[in-house]
Each structure stands twice: as structure tokens, then as C-alpha cells.
Design a protein around this ligand. Structure first.
Ligand SMILES: NC(=O)c1ccc[n+]([C@@H]2O[C@H](COP(=O)([O-])OP(=O)(O)OC[C@H]3O[C@@H](n4cnc5c(N)ncnc54)[C@H](O)[C@@H]3O)[C@@H](O)[C@H]2O)c1
Ligand SMILES: N[C@H](C(=O)O)[C@H](O)COP(=O)(O)O
Length: 328
């Protein structure tokens, strides 16, 4: 059976609606349902001068695949007409509503995966919804206390121990329990969803030079190294803590399945420098598959044919591959 994916374009003033129109021009080995305002997608198709026939999705898988230029749509109305590039707090709830529908549909088994376009975290908060990111939102909706944000590009995967929290909170958030859960989820999903027989996981330290033997911080000696030793005794191939400024070199990465970074901006700038526009964001540990683009709302590019849709294409392809791998 062909996978059925839910696609949420995200922020209506950003590039997400354009990405929905662009990806509808391609033939996919899956059926894709956009969960969005139908008029918004039509408007962007006109701005991009691309054909778009929206086929209402009634809850049943289509009999035959969509043709290029066609897209299944589950219509969710905007509060106000969206203007490309102009955030509107009135539409903040709309974005959250599309994510909720996608989440519910995946939890019930209606969809096989969610692929998300970029949201603007700030405007959703201004709309009165406490929101730090899709990762945390979907984890909460699925009642998962721990999930893993992993970004992947050719030759590098980076998984994060902490995600969207202020830097000032990071050290306290790195507990032995959390670190052990994150690496355990990563190891399990690399096996189950990426077909790795014995994942090789490299773990960064938190402090400069991985604490320099305790002279520049103690988290390596008190938390990270003991967790690594404990996981090694459980048969995992996990090593570190490595200084984050030296681990990202071919000597280490050539045999690595993933690098575990302690916080968002320890790992993601390296990943995005290597592969921005060619990377995918994957949430591990959810009861369903979720992938996303590697970029934000790019308000300055909304409605422009110069948008790079590479990451969106990779996010869809990765979701399809993961669904198919999970069925093996
Ligand atoms: N997946 C997501 O939902 C996601 C990911 C990252 C950031 N964000 C959010 O996006 C908002 C804006 O963040 P930002 O400005 O730091 O990053 P951004 O990725 O939106 O933009 C950074 C730069 O990259 C360019 N760019 C980004 N995507 C592009 C594309 N597909 N094609 C061409 N150029 C592109 C932009 O024009 C801009 O110059 C923030 O609210 C942030 O939290 C969301
Ligand atoms: N941390 C992600 C990135 O930098 O690409 C981004 O903010 C999206 O995260 P969510 O998938 O949790 O929204």
C-alpha cells in the first residue's frame, strides 16, 4: 500500500505554502494530503505561476496516485487572508490547528507520517499558544516524555540532548536520565528506521574541550562519561565525550552513525553549514514518523520562485523511506 503522508505547510506568510505547491508538481511514491487553507495554496500557485488542482481529501486513501499539479487537501480555514511575508497574529491558531489535525491523524493510524513546513514560533506565542517547536508540540500531543530531534544531511547526522530552551537552562537539563533516554532512542531508531545493525554513536561534551579534565566544567566527568560507560555495558557502540570543536572532522565522522550534541547551537550550525537546503529534521521516539525542512519561514522569500525546495523534497523522501523501512 502506498504511504499516506500529512503535509502541514506551517506559517501561512512564509515559504511553506509555496513548498506545498512546488512539491505538488512532482510525482511521489506516496499520497500526500496538505492540511491547510485551500485558498492560500491557490493564491501561492498563482503567484508562482504553477498549476494546482486541489482534490478534497475525505478521509479515504485515493484509488489512483495524484498526477503532477494535483494535491489532496484537507481544508482548514485561515482566520484572515495571508499576505506573503507579513506575519499576522490572527492566524497563529490556524497553524496550531493544522498541526493538531496532523498529529491526531497519525496517532489514529489514518496517516503514515507527518512532513512539516516551517512555523514561526514567535507569532504562535503571540497568538496566546505556548509553543517552542514542532518537536515539543508533537511529543506533548503523543504523551511522550522524551523524543529526539535529529537533523541529517549527506555524511552527517546530529541528534540533540536539549532542543528549544534558553542556553542558561541547558546544563541543568542534561541529567543522566535524559542523556541515557536520548541515546537509547537514537540507537533504537537508527536500527529500526534506518537499517543500521550496530549504530556507532559519538557523544559531544558540554564544555570547551570536553571540560579539560574538570578544569573547564564537570558535566563530562559526573554525567556524560558515566552514562556512556553504562550504555557500553548494554552493548551499544557509543563513545565520548568528545570536544565538540574537534569531533566534526572526517577522521571521526567517516565511521559515525550520528553525533550527539548537548544543545541546539552546538550541533546544528555544523550540520547546516555542511548541508543547509539539503538536510532533513527528523523526530525520533514518537509513535509515528515525522520529518521536516531544515530551514525556517524565510518570510523574505515567500511567494518567490527562487525558493529552494531541496530540503522539503528530502523531508518527503525521507518520510517515505522511513515508512517503507518500518514495514520491513
Ligand atoms: N522547521 C521549522 O518549523 C523551523 C526551522 C527553523 C526555523 N524556524 C523558525 O523560522 C523563523 C525564521 O527563522 P530564521 O530567520 O532564523 O531562519 P530562516 O531559515 O527562515 O531564514 C534564514 C535565511 O535563509 C533563507 N532561507 C531559508 N529557507 C530558504 C529556502 N527554502 N529557500 C531560500 N532561502 C531560504 C532566508 O531567506 C534567510 O535569509 C523563526 O521563527 C524560527 O524559529 C522554523
Ligand atoms: N531546531 C530546528 C532547526 O533549527 O531547524 C527548528 O527550529 C525546527 O524545530 P521543530 O521541528 O521542533 O519545529
Amino acid at each position: 500500500m502506498r504511504p499516506l503522508l500529512a503535509f502541514t505547510p506551517g506559517e501561512p506568510a512564509g515559504v511553506g505554502p509555496d513548498l506545498a505547491v512546488m512539491m505538488a508538481q512532482q510525482h511521489w511514491q506516496a499520497d500526500i494530503v496538505a492540511i491547510a487553507d485551500a485558498g492560500l495554496l491557490k493564491q501561492r500557485a498563482t503567484e508562482l505561476n504553477l498549476p494546482l488542482e486541489l482534490i478534497p481529501y475525505e478521509g479515504a486513501r485515493p484509488q489512483s496516485p495524484m498526477q503532477p499539479g494535483q494535491l489532496l487537501i484537507k481544508h482548514v480555514p485561515l482566520a484572515e487572508t495571508a499576505i506573503a511575508g507579513a506575519l499576522n497574529v490572527a492566524n497563529g491558531q490556524y497553524v496550531v490547528e493544522t498541526l493538531s489535525i496532523a498529529s491526531d491523524g497519525n496517532l489514529s493510524g489514518e496517516f503514515d507520517a507527518i512532513v512539516t513546513g516551517p512555523v514561526h514560533k514567535g507569532i504562535i506565542n503571540e497568538a496566546g499558544v505556548a509553543f517552542s517547536g514542532h518537536t515539543e508540540f508533537f511529543a506533548n500531543k503523543a504523551d511522550c516524555s522524551d523524543v529526539v530531534m535529529m537533523l541529517a544531511t549527506e555524511g552527517l547526522r546530529v541528534a540533540l540532548v536539549t532542543t528549544h530552551i534558553p542556553l542558561a537552562y541547558v546544563s541543568k537539563a542534561i541529567t543522566p536520565e535524559r542523556l541515557e533516554k536520548i541515546i537509547t532512542i537514537l540507537d533504537a531508531d537508527l536500527r529500526q528506521k534506518f537499517g543500521e545493525e550496530q549504530p556507532n554513536i559519538l557523544v559531544c561534551g558540554l564544555n570547551p574541550h570536553a571540560g579539560e579534565g574538570g578544569h573547564l566544567g564537570h558535566e563530562e566527568e559526573t554525567i556524560i562519561a558515566p552514562v556512556i560507560r553504562s550504555l557500553q555495558t548494554r552493548g551499544m557502540t557509543v563513545s565520548g565525550p568528545y570536544p565538540a570543536d574537534t569531533v566534526f572532522q572526517p577522521k571521526y565522522l567517516e565511521s559515525a552513525s550520528a553525533v550527539v550534541a548537548m544543545y541546539h547551537d552546538q550541533g546544528l550550525p555544523v550540520l547546516k553549514y555542511k548541508g543547509f537546503g539539503k538536510a532533513v529534521n527528523i523526530t525520533l521516539g514518537l509513535p509515528y514518523i515525522r520529518t521536516s525542512v531544515d530551514h525556517g519561514t524565510a518570510l523574505d522569500m515567500a511567494g518567490s520562485p527562487a525558493i529552494n525546495s531541496g530540503s522539503c523534497q528530502l523531508a518527503i523522501k525521507t518520510a517515505i523511506d522511513m515508512v517503507n523501512n518500518s514495514k520491513l
